[in-house]
Design a protein around this ligand. Structure first.
Ligand SMILES: NC(=O)c1ccc[n+]([C@@H]2O[C@H](COP(=O)([O-])OP(=O)(O)OC[C@H]3O[C@@H](n4cnc5c(N)ncnc54)[C@H](OP(=O)(O)O)[C@@H]3O)[C@@H](O)[C@H]2O)c1
Length: 219
């Protein structure tokens, strides 16, 4: 976050759109941002599945909406979110899934799902928001990445690749070729290290246990 967003008593309130708020980092971030006095549109695929999370955000003045970054209805869901305050200042692309498995065993639907969620989801949301950020002449896009993109971890080659795509060419392209910096748009990526809670929502393992060759790994 930029330094002018760290203290509610000295700053103007910003509108945050955060994906993947049902659990983990997204939920913690939504609650933290609200405590700093900003507006939050927290989103998740199935809000009725996490009633206490929804309640805690709404009790603090936040809004909770359904949003699935892989859905064909994403554009409509984004528009509903945008219209809540008529602007979005900070997009946090947090939604993510981690599918672990040995390369030779990895099912195509597993790595396609990761790229759809971890890479193309943020790409689509960024595309939807950028025209408004240009018009506003300012804004911030935060992509939650992973330390696995820097240091290899067993069984996470495809997950790391989906996150690295976001760190790499996409970030470079937005930064230089689209010249968003001239429109005062900041683009960040945050490298998350292994957190205390579970990683991701899907696991691919061989039916008889850990992926072959990874018997001694964390997976
Ligand atoms: N935990 C770690 O150690 C770690 C390390 C490095 C990076 N990360 C990254 O940090 C971010 C947050 O991870 P976390 O640890 O907080 O994981 P988490 O607890 O599993 O939360 C992931 C969130 O993403 C949501 N999600 C999954 N697919 C979605 C989709 N298609 N559309 C919208 N939301 C979707 C999940 O919602 P549902 O309830 O609908 O499944 C959930 O709210 C992820 O991008 C993850 O890759 C985590």
């Amino acid at each position: 976050m930029t330094s002018n967003m760290t203290n509610s008593s000295t700053t103007t309130s910003k509108v945050f759109l955060i994906t993947g708020c049902s659990t983990g980092l997204g939920l913690s971030l939504a609650n933290a941002v609200l405590k700093f006095g900003h507006q939050v549109i927290a989103t998740s695929r199935n809000p009725v599945g996490t009633p206490s999370a929804v309640k805690s955000v709404e009790a603090q003045g936040g809004t909770w909406l359904p949003l699935d970054v892989t859905s064909s209805a994403l554009e409509d869901q984004f528009k509903v979110a945008f219209d809540v305050h008529g602007r979005i200042d900070v997009l946090v692309n947090n939604a993510g899934i981690a599918v672990a498995g040995a390369v030779e065993d990895f099912p195509a639907d597993g790595y396609m799902a990761m790229f759809e969620t971890n890479f193309f989801g943020p790409v689509k949301l960024t595309k939807l928001l950028v025209p408004y950020l240009r018009e506003q002449r300012g804004g911030t896009i935060v992509n939650i990445s992973s330390a696995s993109t820097w240091s290899g971890q067993p069984a996470l080659a495809f997950y790391a690749s989906s996150k690295a795509s976001l760190n790499g060419e996409w970030l470079l392209f937005l930064d230089s070729h689209l010249e968003l910096k001239d429109h005062l748009v900041d683009i960040f990526y945050s490298i998350q290290r292994r957190a205390g809670h579970r990683v991701g929502t899907i696991r691919h393992k061989r039916p008889d246990g850990r992926p072959r060759g990874y018997e001694n790994s964390i997976y």
